[in-house]
Design a protein around this ligand. Structure first.
Ligand code: FAD
Ligand code: NAD
Length: 465
């Protein structure tokens, strides 16, 4: 049997794994990364990047469609059409450029990349099995599990035929006339809105009594209004029972207990993701688990010495930037640096229309944590830049301690607010107070002025409201 040894062995080349490998190699640690599918993982291939590409294409198409009826801007266009094959090819081009870039970065930094599925033999050995080839063993001093997550399937409505996951929804060959989306979470709403903008009739079915149950209602109300405006029907408190016999409709039970059928050419199931912990020998390590996730401490150490885990496989929030931050940290710890994973806040962004951003604590969360806080919001209706972007809905909200004005949370809803998340995170991570943000000159005209105005409003002297 072929064999090699290395200091750090990374299983999985997603955002967590590839960042860990690059940083480790930069620090002079001999590193091997094993990837069973494509470098870049879920995020680059079938997640963050392709979804944002499709959302952008859908936004552009929807604007053009609106202009076909004439517009206040004075723009009129002929009825636009969209060639989905070209849209998908454009999206695939972005994915290839980015995944190719990851490969180049790994190579440039001297990471040894092996293609194939890693099977864990023990805490220091992995076997790569490729069809028709002799198994290949890699021995290591440190093993980092960055195997990510996979789509959750509904057992009574397995993927196949009209029932699709986000992966298939991101590469449409034709546009379905009617699409039912199961789950009003991140994927269901981001892609449901995109499909509606592309021209499909969309119905979203959600088990709970509100959309985006993880976000506070004041924020999600703006998204709920937008869904109505876009013509997306939302069925809340509904349980999905499966497809009808002909595979042409989804059977659902309403909150009143009535059974009904929703006709659909495609059914996008987006009811969450599960950590990838099975099928590659991980069980044999008998690591402590935290439900379905691998249990890790604040350095991403598992219960076995020198076996580490990062990213989606370690729990919520299952976000790319959390995986990357953990990966960078583990590499530094292995190199001898003293690090802990103790971020003051991890930003969460939902790329719906309008977009949502949550960083740190909401007013309710601060109250539940026993903190005496003040909060203030500044509406985009009073922001000049928002008006020039034809967007007056939404707001920025700040939450700060009453005693010393330390900022503990930011929330925003509105057009392009995802780009404000960096300012929110920086202010919390750097321990900014309301006075720091209120006293910082923010460029005019920008959406960012709403950040300064929210801080000033919390201090009792906003200028533009
Ligand atoms: P992954 O990206 O899942 O990578 C794990 C890798 O490990 C995979 O490439 C897999 O093939 C490989 N692997 C697994 N087991 C083995 C094995 N035994 N041997 C070899 N290789 C193996 N997050 C955001 O922050 N922002 C977004 O906008 C966003 N949008 C998303 C949109 C969609 C549609 C989806 C599905 C997800 C989205 N996410 C988003 C979530 C984000 O993709 C994940 O949080 C992120 O990819 C997790 O990174 P990871 O490195 O932990 O795992
Ligand atoms: P999610 O957890 O965001 O939403 C799932 C939704 O499905 C919830 O509202 C839940 O109540 C509902 N649901 C569950 N079972 C149901 C059922 N049987 N019938 C009807 N509704 C049901 O999950 P997701 O949208 O699949 O996304 C998975 C993960 O991927 C997210 O949690 C997030 O970590 C990541 N993601 C992030 C982004 C981003 O950062 N912008 C975008 C997409 C995905």
């Amino acid at each position: 049997m072929n064999a090699q040894t290395t200091t750090l062995l990374v299983i999985g080349g997603g955002p967590g794994g590839y960042i860990a490998a690059i940083r480790a190699a930069q620090l002079g640690i001999p590193t091997t990364l094993i990837e069973g599918e494509e470098l870049g993982g879920t995020c680059l291939n079938v997640g963050c990047i392709p979804s944002k590409a499709l959302i952008h294409a859908a936004d552009e198409f929807e604007s053009a469609t609106r202009y076909a009826d004439g517009s206040a801007l004075g723009i009129t266009v002929q009825t636009p059409t969209i060639d989905l094959a070209r849209t998908t090819a454009w999206k695939n081009g972005i994915v290839s450029r980015l995944t190719g870039g990851v490969g180049a970065l790994l190579k440039k930094n001297g990471v040894h990349v092996l293609k194939g599925w890693a099977h864990i033999v023990d805490g220091k050995t992995v076997e790569i099995r490729r069809e028709g080839e002799e198994p290949y063993r890699v021995g290591c001093e440190h093993m980092l599990i960055a195997s990510g997550s996979h789509t959750l399937e509904l057992p009574f409505m397995p993927f196949g035929g009209p029932v699709i996951s986000a992966t298939e929804a991101l590469s449409p060959d034709t546009l379905p006339k009617r699409m039912v989306v199961v789950g009003a979470g991140y994927i269901g709403l981001e892609l449901g809105i995109a499909y509606r903008k592309l021209g499909a009739e969309v119905i979203v079915v959600e088990a709970q009594d509100r959309i985006l149950p993880a976000y506070d209602a004041e924020l999600t109300n703006a998204v709920a209004n937008s869904l109505k405006h876009l013509g997306i029907e939302v069925r809340l408190g509904c349980s999905v029972l499966g497809m009808n016999e002909g595979g042409t409709a989804v059977r659902v039970r309403t909150s009143q207990g009535e059974e009904t059928e929703l006709a659909a050419d495609k059914v996008l199931v987006a009811v969450g993701r599960r950590p990838r912990t099975k099928g590659f020998g991980l069980e044999s390590l008998m690591l402590n688990m935290d439900g379905h996730f691998i249990k890790v401490d604040d350095q991403c150490r598992t219960s076995m010495r020198n076996v580490w885990a990062i990213g989606d496989v370690t729990g919520e929030p299952m976000l790319a930037h959390r995986a990357m931050a953990q990966g960078e940290m583990v590499a530094e710890i292995i190199s001898g640096k003293e690090r802990r994973f103790m971020p003051s806040a991890i930003p969460a962004v939902c790329f719906t229309d309008p977009e949502l951003v949550v960083v740190g604590l909401t007013p309710q969360q601060a109250q539940q944590a026993g903190m005496d806080c003040i909060s203030a919001m500044f509406p985009f209706a009073a922001n000049g830049r928002a008006m020039t972007l034809e967007s007056k809905d939404g707001f920025v909200r700040v939450v700060a301690r009453r005693d010393n004005h330390l900022i503990v949370g930011w929330q925003a809803v509105g057009k392009s607010v995802s780009e404000l998340s960096a300012a929110f995170s920086q202010s919390i991570e750097m321990g900014a107070r309301l006075e720091d943000i209120g006293g910082t000159i923010h460029a005019h005209p920008t959406l960012g002025e709403a950040i300064q105005e929210a801080a000033l409003r919390a201090l009792g002297h906003a200028l533009h409201i």
